[in-house]
Design a protein around this ligand. Structure first.
Ligand SMILES: [Fe+2]
Length: 311
């Protein structure tokens, strides 16, 4: 046994305007239930705010976050930030509890939550601070993002951009005729072969990443697959956009991806419409299970990515 005992902090409990519980599907995630009256107050107070105004006037996103904070209390902000920073967890789900099915409300709630955590990166694919994308029966795009019937392999976000991507938020907007297609998540510390791949010499070599044209990012970036934060390995990886320069690097990345896909630690997470999952992007990997074939399949998600607040 190690001489240094690790303290495992739990955030579960009843707080003044919200409750934190262990997530029923993933032992490392929490699920947060906000008191309904707080959610109703937030939605009522911001009835006049539109997603267009949030896109055009950046400070409105922070004003919205302030509005949620004033209804729910600063303890909520401290708690979600602490969960996302906590290496033992680093993620939670939260939702609007069927109080609304208005997609404008979904955008506002996701925006308030993300801006309580930090800054949001510009999403070049959509041209604003968030992206909404749908998955349907047919697809003619240039990446796995919208291809319904194939496995979307485990990856981190922000691999091909020159910006810090500390966290990722995904919110389910709608889902019709959808079987399968769950988000697949893996916490790095649950992966059986973490030591083997993070300790490999190629793990610290810089690999070139380039985005396909739909992402509207033309410059290459060079990332190490593994890097350390607070003495723990973190990962930066996506199979589709990596351009390894040697056969050895390519074989290493292929084996790494196969190992993660086959890991027992990779767990499918169901997410109802109106719920979001927020994870630390430096030690969680995400992907998507294939959907079952259905001509009427339609699923829409919103995503935001960004960096932790420095204050
Ligand atoms: Fe992603």
């Amino acid at each position: 046994m190690s001489i240094v005992q690790q303290t495992v902090r739990s955030f579960t409990g009843k707080y003044e305007n919200f409750e934190v519980k262990e997530h029923p599907v993933h032992h490392r995630l929490y699920t947060i239930e906000v008191d309904k009256k707080v959610l109703v107050t937030f939605l009522e107070k911001n009835k006049e705010v539109t997603s267009q105004r949030l896109e055009y006037v950046p400070y409105m996103r922070l004003v919205l976050a302030d509005s949620l904070q004033s209804s729910i209390g600063s303890e909520f902000v401290q708690t979600i930030r602490a969960i996302l920073h906590d290496r033992n967890s680093g993620g939670f789900t939260i939702g609007l509890q069927s109080l609304t099915i208005d997609e404008e409300d979904y955008v506002k709630f996701a925006t308030a939550i993300s801006h309580l955590v930090g800054g949001v990166n510009f999403d070049a694919m959509s041209g604003t601070y968030y992206a909404r994308f749908s998955v349907k029966d047919t697809d003619h795009s240039d990446s796995y993002l919208r291809q319904a019937y194939r496995l979307f392999t485990l990856h981190t976000d922000g691999t091909y951009v020159d910006e810090t991507t500390d966290w990722l938020l995904m919110m389910k907007f709608s889902e019709e005729h959808a079987a399968g297609g769950e988000s697949r998540l893996m916490h790095l510390d649950d992966w059986e072969e973490l030591d083997k791949f993070s300790g490999h010499p190629i793990g610290s070599c810089r690999i070139e990443y380039r985005a396909p044209s739909s992402k509207n990012v033309s410059k290459s970036v060079y990332n190490r697959t593994f890097y350390e934060v607070n003495g723990k390995p973190c990962i930066c990886f996506i199979d589709q956009f990596a351009y390894p320069s040697t056969i050895e690097e390519a074989v290493y990345l292929k084996e790494l991806s196969d190992s993660m896909e086959n890991s027992r630690a990779t767990i499918a997470l169901p997410l109802p419409a109106g719920d979001l999952v927020m994870i630390n992007n430096t030690f969680w990997l995400h992907g998507r299970a294939p959907f079952e074939k259905n001509q009427k399949l339609y699923r829409e998600l919103l995503r935001q990515r960004g960096y932790f607040a420095k204050v």
